[in-house]
Design a protein around this ligand. Structure first.
Ligand SMILES: NC(=O)c1ccc[n+]([C@@H]2O[C@H](COP(=O)([O-])OP(=O)(O)OC[C@H]3O[C@@H](n4cnc5c(N)ncnc54)[C@H](O)[C@@H]3O)[C@@H](O)[C@H]2O)c1
Ligand SMILES: O=c1ccn([C@@H]2O[C@H](COP(=O)(O)OP(=O)(O)O[C@H]3O[C@H](CO)[C@@H](O)[C@H](O)[C@H]3O)[C@@H](O)[C@H]2O)c(=O)[nH]1
Length: 331
């Protein structure tokens, strides 16, 4: 039986494919390559180029590869883009997830692990957020993901499918062995962009807002290493396969870093300085988002291995050097 990884050519999905292969699992990837890279998926892994909204293609993939579990990463991920073009986000993240899930039920798939997000919590809080926090997304991105969570909850009751919805906080870093990383030259994530600035790929970095109600005025986020996150998915799948109940859980370390603290860490680890310009606040950005990770630890026994901002930044920089050596967009 195989695990279908949607969005497996993307940043987090490619790390999940490695984690599954390292664990000896059979994997098949479906990805439309809208933001992913074919070369991010090892040649030994079957690859289907297409959209998760294509119910017939998904049904064929499930049947041909004997898929009994899906890890669903495919989606659109840029919060401010979702504010500008909400319908695109509801289409790609909600409507196409519905098609994928319909094909999954029809094809007898019994388990789904879903990429959800801290953006379902809305404005956040000064305190670490538990899963019981009110769900009140302030961006269409967060709302589009919450709708999929709700579809899964309803489906599990109606069809007996079990699921884990993992609410990621800010994912960063790269495979410690240098096999995968964030490859998109147009990526907007802070650590990626700061690594590009440190290596000369950008001439400056913009800090979006320094007047937030946080200790240094810049937004606070809980940065989680992408390999720790992939490991959490593996454990979630094991839990469901062992007959464990469906669950929703935060994935973060329980500690926040401000934009300025991240920039300092990147400058320190790279040993270079680069200009930082304060710019206006970005639409859809809550002041502070920090996870309470108790539930993921207790439910599946997750123990992070890279819970350290300098390690995350160090791995992100190492990957960015590979990207730079191969030429922009060729990683
Ligand atoms: N990166 C983060 O900090 C973060 C935080 C919270 C949640 N997430 C979620 O994690 C998931 C993966 O994010 P990522 O950072 O790896 O992004 P990414 O853009 O690198 O990966 C997404 C992948 O999905 C593919 N894709 C997009 N729409 C598709 C479709 N309709 N059909 C088939 N393939 C499609 C893209 O080509 C890409 O390979 C997303 O669902 C995102 O919402 C990411
Ligand atoms: O050039 C930049 C890029 C980002 N930021 C700030 O850095 C913080 C982090 O931003 P970013 O790395 O873009 O991540 P988020 O917007 O927090 O969103 C990420 O984290 C969310 C969960 O917290 C996920 O849902 C999203 O998919 C993922 O993109 C925010 O305060 C941004 O305003 C800057 O100041 N300058």
């Amino acid at each position: 039986m195989a695990v279908l990884v949607t969005g497996g050519a993307g940043y987090i999905g490619s790390h999940m494919v490695l984690a599954l292969k390292d664990a000896g699992r059979s994997v098949v990837v479906i990805d439309d390559l809208s933001t992913g890279f074919r070369r991010a998926v090892p040649e030994t892994v079957p690859f289907v180029k297409g959209c998760v909204g294509d119910e017939r293609l998904v049904a064929k993939t499930i049947m041909e590869h004997g898929v009994d579990a899906i890890v669903h990463f495919a989606g659109s991920i840029v919060v401010p883009d979702s504010v500008r073009d909400p319908l695109d986000y509801y289409l790609n993240n909600t409507v196409r997830s519905r098609a994928l899930l319909a094909a999954a039920v029809a094809g007898g798939v019994k388990r789904v692990v879903f990429s959800s997000t801290a953006a379902v919590y809305g404005e956040g809080s000064d305190e670490p957020l538990t899963e019981d926090e009110p769900l009140d997304p302030i961006s269409p991105y967060g709302a589009s993901k919450l709708m999929t969570e709700r579809m899964l909850a309803d489906m599990s009751r109606a069809y007996g499918l079990s699921y884990a919805a993992l609410r990621y906080f800010n994912v960063a870093g790269a495979d410690p062995d240098g096999r995968a990383g964030q490859s998109s030259p147009r990526a907007t994530h802070l650590i990626k962009v700061a690594a590009q600035a440190a290596l000369g790929g950008r001439n400056h970095l913009e800090c979006y807002g320094d007047d937030y109600p946080t200790p240094d005025g810049t937004c606070v986020r809980d940065y989680i290493h992408v390999s720790d996150l992939a490991h959490a998915h593996l454990l979630a799948l094991d839990h469901l396969e062992a007959g464990g109940d469906s669950f929703v859980a935060n994935c973060g370390y329980g500690r926040g870093a401000s934009v300025l603290e991240v920039i300092d860490a990147v400058k320190r680890c790279a040993g270079v300085d680069f200009p930082v310009h304060v710019a206006p606040r970005r639409d859809g950005d809550p002041a502070s988002l920090v996870a309470d990770p108790t539930r993921i630890r207790e439910t599946v026994g997750w123990r992070p291995r890279h819970d350290d901002l300098d390690s995350i930044v160090g791995h992100a920089l190492a990957w960015e050097r590979q990207v730079a050596e191969r030429g922009a967009g060729q990683a």
